[in-house]
Write a protein that binds this ligand. Structure first.
Ligand SMILES: Cc1ncc(COP(=O)(O)O)c(C=O)c1O
Length: 590
């Protein structure tokens, strides 16, 4: 469709919270554009003097964008053949980045220096970096946003910050004590989800509404699917939800990756029921073609200019003809979580409200981080600017280098994913020679005469992200009829943490947004992260996980389970919650 025939984004102002509607532009920030007039006598702003900043420059040794080798952009059959030939590079090519004190550049879009970056600034973000990310987002990441005028962005302190601001903008706080139930806002979520988001939403009084999922993500139809939840909404629980929080690529924790077709169906329901989709996508660049048996997606209508980006399943933004998608991006997985840097992409009217929230909360992300990232990627903006970027010749990585960096990261995480999954696949069955006719019967008899095979666990090779979601079948455990299965699951977790296995998995209960899901089947699942440990430890840790499971399935005495859980008695709900909370901290919640 030609740009001028695209529809306008719909007016979503009826979804704004009371406080967000009431916000006015910061009276101080309104002056900022006048600060930029050349030669203006600056007596207005309460700005500290930049000559007194104790940092003369910022310098760092950084990677060149080609540090890691990419993997192919299309499914490879068999996967190992081509992947094996793209090993990690041995050398770690690096260079030095310098952010100068004063660049002498007068155009704020081409200024990267400490005098400006460490000063108070505009809520959109540091102008040069904001402009770069905006262009990258609209031209390369999402070149086909189908509403008139396209989207706008605002920089954030990461996706957690982006989500917090988004729900602040789009939901009123609700309290059981003060507000009628028919005003209670609701948040649709995947039935296993990233709990930090839930924990941000719950204290605002939002009702958490799980939607059933399969290996891809949210189900459209069927029991517990989106249509079922919305059509049969029980108004005694509050308003029908008008917000959806979703992680559509390499979902945390299940690794679900949502196809374009499913996106279209879910989006149509969101249009029908006037729902805003908050798409949190930290793992977007980590899509793994080698785990896919299907043909690559058709190339996008408009190319991003990069084969790698074109090969990725596109964001909800690519089908968002009404402007009801708020997308959260972050540098946490592509540079480092400690950056606390990300951005929100949405229709301009919503971004304008988010800007107002930003002005009186974070103001903007840290100038140290913004200038370092800007210099790394954009490099010096003039001949005598005094800066040095992240490319070998002292210029910046530029868009090409940034995409090359993302490709290399994908390559490494894809190799890790395959390494872990190969080990897990080899250990999911327990094979025994036995005399029993049923694997499930308990016997103290150790003489075996027939071959028996039981599936202990199963998993789907993730198409993206950093996690493998492993579902156990405790019905096949020899003690299944004598020990409650959730108890067996807890004992297994403890069993892994002791020698010789000594391995930590995240229990599925940590990711259950409701008590009902926690009790129904969350306890059967464990999330493994293949990202965090050292490359050379990954196979060993995965092996210990699989071996531990195998050994646990050989336990035939109930007393052994009691022994494992002795420190946990009595297993009350509160204790269970305490353990999960502790674990969540231990596993970083991420
Ligand atoms: C789904 C999801 N969203 C958000 C985050 C946190 O992002 P940020 O560091 O940008 O706040 C994580 C971290 O693990 C995550 O898995």
């Amino acid at each position: 469709m030609a740009a001028n025939t695209l529809p306008d984004p719909v007016d979503l102002s009826h979804h704004l919270s009371r406080s967000t509607k009431a916000r006015e532009a910061s009276s101080i920030k309104q002056f900022y554009k006048y600060f930029l007039i050349p030669g203006i006598g600056q007596l207005a702003g309460g700005l500290p003097n930049p000559n007194y900043f104790p940092y003369d420059t910022l310098e760092a040794k950084v990677a060149l964008p080609n540090r890691w080798k990419p993997t192919p952009n299309r499914p490879v059959d068999p996967p190992s053949a081509e992947l094996a030939s793209t090993t990690l590079s041995d050398a770690l090519p690096s260079t030095r980045v310098v952010v100068p004190h004063f660049s002498g550049n007068s155009d704020p879009l081409h200024t990267i220096d400490l005098v400006t970056a460490l000063q108070y600034g505009t809520a959109q973000g540091y102008p040069s970096l904001y402009y770069f990310i905006r262009q990258f987002t609209l031209e390369n990441l999402h070149p086909t946003i189908p509403y008139k005028g396209g989207a706008e962005i605002v920089l954030t302190c990461g996706s957690t910050d982006g989500f917090s601001k988004t729900i602040q903008a789009l939901s009123n706080e609700w309290s059981e004590d003060w507000n009628p139930i028919d005003e209670r806002p609701g948040l649709l979520v995947e039935e296993f989800c990233y709990m930090n988001a839930i924990q941000a939403a719950r204290p605002r009084g939002l009702g958490i509404v799980p939607v059933a999922i399969d290996d891809e993500g949210m189900l459209v139809s069927g029991k517990g699917g989106l249509e079922d939840v919305l059509e049969n909404w029980d108004f005694s629980k509050g308003r029908r939800p008008h917000l959806m929080y979703t992680v559509t690529i390499g979902q945390n924790p299940t690794s679900g990756t949502l196809s374009v077709q499913r996106r279209k169906e879910i989006y149509a329901l969101c249009v029908k029921y006037d729902i805003i989709i908050i798409e949190d996508d930290p793992y977007w660049y980590l899509q793994f073609p080698s785990a896919s048996s299907s043909a690559p997606a058709a190339p996008p209508a408009k190319s991003s200019g990069f084969e790698f980006l074109d090969s990725l399943i596109p964001s909800y933004l690519s089908i968002d003809y009404q402007g009801r998608v708020v997308r959260l991006d972050t540098f946490s997985k592509t540079i480092a979580p400690g950056c606390r840097l990300g951005w929100i992409t949405a229709q301009p009217a919503l971004i304008e409200r988010l800007l107002r929230i930003t002005e009186t909360s974070t103001q903007q992300p840290s100038g140290f981080v913004q200038s370092m990232v800007a210099e790394l990627i954009m490099g010096p903006q003039g001949h005598s600017d005094g800066g040095r970027g992240g490319a070998a010749d002292g210029s910046g990585w530029k868009v090409d280098g940034w995409v090359r960096w993302l490709e290399g990261l994908r390559g490494n995480y894809e190799r890790r994913m395959n390494a872990m999954c190969d080990v897990l696949a080899s250990g999911k069955h327990l094979v025994k020679a036995g005399r029993r006719t049923s694997f499930n019967e308990v016997t103290s008899d150790d003489e075996w005469a027939v071959i028996e095979k039981a599936k202990i666990y199963d998993f789907v090779r993730p198409l993206g992200g950093m996690f493998v979601w492993v579902r156990f079948d405790f019905q096949t455990h020899p003690l299944h009829s004598r020990v409650p299965l959730p108890r067996l699951a807890r004992a297994l977790w403890v069993f892994w943490t002791a020698k010789p296995y000594l391995v930590l998995a995240s229990p599925g209960t940590v990711f259950a947004p409701t008590e009902e899901i926690r009790e129904r089947d969350a306890w059967q699942c464990f999330r493994l992260c293949f990202a965090a440990c050292n490359e050379n430890e990954l196979e060993d840790f995965s092996r210990r996980f699989a071996d531990g499971a195998q050994a646990f399935w050989r336990i035939k005495k109930k007393e052994k389970i009691d022994e494992l859980l002795k420190d946990e008695e009595p297993p009350s709900d509160a204790a269970a919650e305490g353990m999960d909370a502790g674990l969540a901290i231990l596993t970083g919640f991420c």
